[in-house]
Design a protein. Sequence first.
Length: 470
Amino acid sequence: MRIKRKHWPWLACAAVVAAGSPALASGASTAAAPVPRVAFATSAGAAHVADDVPTSATFDVTDSPDGTSGAFVRNGGIGSDSTVAEIQAGGTVDFTDGAGALAHNADFGSAAGVSCVQGSGSVIVFPGTFTKVPQNALPQKWSGDCTFSTPGTYAFKCDVHPTMTGTIVVDAATGTPTPTATATASPTPTATASPTPTPAPSLKAPSATIDAHDFFFQDASQSSPADHTVNVTTGQAVAFAYPSGASTHNVKFTDGQPTRCAQTDASAVPGFDVPPLPAFASAPGWTGECEFDTPGTYAFVCTVHPDMVGDVVVSPPPAPTPAPPPGPPLQAFLASSPKAWAAFDAPSSANATIAALYASKLKLGGRCVSVQSGKVTLTVSKATAKALKLKKTRTVATATARCKGDGHFSVTVKPTKAATSALKRYRKPITVTATLRMSGSGGASAGKRSIKLAVKAAKPTQAPKKKAVK
């Protein structure tokens, strides 16, 4: 029998073992003992296995001693061999994270031939199968397994800690003959209507952005890591994102809930409502938005890092400036007369004196619209009437006013008999109230003006005479 070159290393090992064992050397019959799996690395990097390839393997997922990363450790593995497992096609590899504080997962990327299912989890268990387990990195106390249907080499890593790596070598299954397929008529498929997916809510363009970092939230428009509050008005939206880092985060509202939220990146898992946004603490790359229609302060926190907090302060929009009331239509101006109106102008200071009133020379005037005539009355206060010794009335003068065609009126008021007697020897200024009441085709109008009457007009100031130059 010809011995193939690839079996020479095995013969050398067998010779060494036989030399050290009298029983083997003499050919004595012994009971077959199980031989541990040993991988031999050749200079080309190929591995030769000393016994049959198993159908399963198990990895423990652990934190590193310094708490910054972690490792995949195969049960029974030693040194660099602890990150590699070899199984037959159709076999299963179990992963368990039972201790530690960091979030981990095992991600085989887009590799075909691998199907992973999460069995348990401290945060959430995902339905369905994926090429990673869990679908997003989770903290301690999760488990899952991956089944490999196609021979090949499958590299995996942790999404959050890229230095955590491992390899699964899948060999072709042996020892089981492939049965001959029997032709069977295929049943006619029945058409089934596909469910219409529920569209994500349409949100407004965000007015502010909150970024998640390791391990704090920050207003993206500010430079200070301590600034984790944004201010918006009702009806506006806020964007949330975890752009980069080495952990897992999400946003959970603890004091009031937004009107609506949507996860906007491709990693959103169907069937899970948000918020929390995302529905579970996830690795970097997720984005989302929330809209707020009610005023208030909305506090939020990361579900796996309770010291990561922030606030969205929602204020009512400013009150709109009221529009001016509409003016009357043009037709109203054309079809009717202007509204009645009359008012006093200020009298000249030279004319506004007690002496002018006493001498029936006090003249008052003003402007008028849509009125014909009316009455002007001058009255004094009770205190002034007492000082003037007016007993029965406080009226000191009257006049009749007529509106002229140019829209002006002018009157010379005449003092009453009692006022004439009282003002004859009165030597103090007084204040009178002039009241105007006029009416006409446009209706009636009334107006008042307070006028201070000096004792007599002030003399004009004269420039000092210049001395003649001799």
